[in-house]
Design a protein around this ligand. Structure first.
Ligand SMILES: [Zn+2]
Length: 139
């Protein structure tokens, strides 16, 4: 799993105007799909308990700091460090949501724009439109 997921074969390098257009169409495709929209939101909410715990932790430490029992620097450092695992989980949830629910929509947009691509893995299919040699998916 990369830091940011691949949408398609890395040899596919559209210009920025084409990228904007493909993302626009991909967003419309995703928003018209109940499955992809709800799936994306649910995956994105995975870190919510962590955010709530962090908010509670922040308020608790802020109250302790207000009483003078915790230095301001320690308060800032502790609450900032507490964000790191939550941001990591949030990012991983985003990558999964992106791969499962956005990337297929982007590939559908590529197919509609005339670039045959496997909607399962993003492999460029050329003109054959047979089963994907990379993942075996049949269009
Ligand atoms: Zn494939």
């Amino acid at each position: 799993m990369g830091w940011l997921p691949d949408l398609a074969d890395p040899t596919f390098r559209p210009g920025w105007r084409e990228q904007v257009r493909l993302h626009w169409v991909a967003n419309v495709i995703m928003l018209r799909s109940w499955h992809h929209t709800v799936g994306f939101i649910l995956w994105s909410l995975i870190a919510l308990p962590g955010w709530l715990m962090w908010a509670w932790f922040f308020l608790f430490l802020a109250a302790v700091a207000a009483k003078g029992s915790l230095a301001t620097g320690a308060f800032i450092a502790t609450t900032a460090l507490g964000l790191i695992p939550i941001l990591a989980i949030q990012h991983m949830a985003f990558v999964v949501a992106f791969r499962r629910h956005y990337a297929p929509c982007y590939r559908m947009a590529m197919n509609r724009a005339g670039t045959p691509v496997c909607e399962g893995c993003g492999h460029l299919l050329g003109q054959s439109r047979a089963a994907c040699p990379e993942c075996g998916r049949v269009a």
